[in-house]
Design a binder for this molecule. Structure first.
Ligand code: PMP
Length: 459
């Protein structure tokens, strides 16, 4: 048998030579990594012959489903035509031109300019520099501070990880960098106490504006936020939260950055999460769904307000990546947007499979160990609890989320665990039958995890 057909041998080589992202290598190597070998639609196949429903769209990215020939041939054709050319030094190429035009059509009306990057992290680093440069050109260089939030995820580069609100990330590498402040998270389940979600949303929004006023709005360049926090556990903020913040930022002349890396490209049942939340950002961070993950790509949507100043008052913006506007990535993105439009995937999520899955998903909260279940569009979560009415958690050492994630994989469903919160974001092509399969499997996982918790004397 060839080495590449032997799971254990592949795991041994992986352990010997591959340092995985966001992974404790020592623990992984003790276990052996799961090897995914192929995928079609919403299902993955692993090296042991298991078929697994990809409830996470890879890593929140394969929005149009796996193995779409249209994208594969668009990329192949582009690579035969023009494999690479840069977009520095007064050059451009047809796919980047076409993609820029398409993005201006699918994004909210204030966005007509796009700067291309290689990832979501790069995009946030780009925005950090671009927003500061904007205020410098406006004669207000003191507006240099950024507001983000605890529990937010914005990427792993130095600026993006500093924007992020995870202590575990800040601890490594001496972050955050200066000039970034974190407002409280709108996580009602963990922090809402006796307040209703609406009251809690108003309270956190007021705390955020108080933080801003304490620092001084004249010193603040921008605030960044995900419409729905993804990697932080699919925290869907109370309806009262974003409108108050968006209005407060406008009144204080602070730019707003909507990080759409997860929420963009149809995830919430709108093209972009800011449309779902009713905000009007000055920048949007984009990646993942922009190419449905087929080829790496990120982008920054720059509003007319900002672009006008950069173009009319600015000199050369001394920033860019070799792969800014890579032809193959542009081809993948054009094909992705083509599929989303022709298959009406945004409408499919908003009007069909989204509400269908939500109704079933929310019933998971009837389980004695599940405190809440939430979903908007095709992004959702449920929270394990040892006591529903007290919204009590489990000790970290009990590894509830981790155990549930293992049960999930073993029962043919990828769910991600964020602490003891299980999250899903399946491909937007999900059918009703696949949604049934997903919820059935998730329900089985809750039962198995409940049995484990009882056995451990945790319930
Ligand atoms: N922003 C958000 C909201 C994200 O979820 C992510 C990645 N999960 C990023 C930024 C970083 O994107 P990338 O991993 O492509 O750098």
């Amino acid at each position: 048998m060839s080495i590449l057909n032997n799971t254990r041998e592949l795991q041994r080589i992986d352990a010997a030579h591959h340092l995985h992202p966001f992974t404790n290598t020592r623990e992984l190597n003790g276990r052996g990594a799961r090897i995914i070998t192929s995928a079609k639609g919403v299902y993955l196949n692993d090296a042991d012959g298991n078929r697994i429903l990809d409830g996470m769209s890879g890593l929140w990215c394969v929005n149009v489903g796996h193995g779409r020939k249209e994208i594969v041939s668009a990329v192949a054709n582009q690579m035969e035509q023009l494999t690479f050319y840069n977009t520095f030094f007064n050059t451009t190429h047809p796919p980047v031109i076409e993609l820029s035009r398409l993005l201006s059509e699918v994004t909210p009306p204030q966005f007509n300019y796009f700067h291309f990057t290689g990832s979501g992290s790069d995009s946030n680093d780009t925005i950090f520099r671009m927003a500061r440069y904007y205020w410098e050109l406006e004669g207000k260089p003191e507006k240099s501070i950024f507001i983000s939030r605890r529990g937010a995820y914005h990427g792993s580069t130095v600026v993006a990880a500093s924007f992020g609100g995870f202590n575990s990330m800040h601890k490594q590498g001496g972050l955050p960098i200066d000039g970034i402040y974190h407002a409280p998270s709108p996580d009602w389940w963990s922090n809402g106490g006796d307040l209703s979600p609406e009251e809690f949303g108003r309270k956190v929004a007021a705390q955020t504006l108080a933080l801003i006023d304490g620092i001084g709005a004249h010193r603040i360049a921008a605030m960044i936020g995900e419409p729905i926090m993804g990697a932080g556990g699919v925290i869907i903020p109370p309806k009262t939260y974003w409108p108050i913040i968006a209005q407060g930022l406008k009144e204080r002349d602070i730019l707003f950055i909507s990080d759409e890396v997860i929420c963009g490209f149809g995830r919430t049942g709108q093209w972009f999460g800011c449309e779902f939340m009713g905000t009007e950002p000055d920048f949007m961070t984009m990646a993942k769904g922009i190419t449905s993950g087929y080829v790496p790509m990120g982008a920054v949507a720059v509003s007319d307000r900002v672009a006008k100043v950069l173009i009319e008052k600015g000199d050369e913006f001394t920033h860019g990546y070799t792969y800014s506007g890579h032809p193959a990535a542009c081809a993948a993105s054009i094909a992705t947007i083509g599929i989303m439009r022709s298959e009406k995937l945004v409408e499919h999520v908003r009007e069909d499979v989204g509400p269908y899955l939500k109704e079933k998903w929310l019933t998971l909260a009837d389980h004695p160990m599940v405190g809440e279940a939430v979903m908007e569009g095709l992004i959702g979560a449920f929270q394990f609890t040892s006591n529903k009415s007290a919204r009590a958690g489990f000790p970290e050492a009990a590894k509830i989320g981790f155990t549930a994630r293992e049960h999930s994989f073993q029962n043919g469903l990828v769910m991600r665990a964020v602490g003891d919160r299980m999250v899903i974001a399946p491909p937007l092509t999900l059918t009703r039958a696949e949604a049934d399969d997903l919820v059935e499997k998730a329900a089985r996982v809750t039962d198995l995890t409940y049995a484990y918790a009882k056995k451990q004397g945790l319930m």
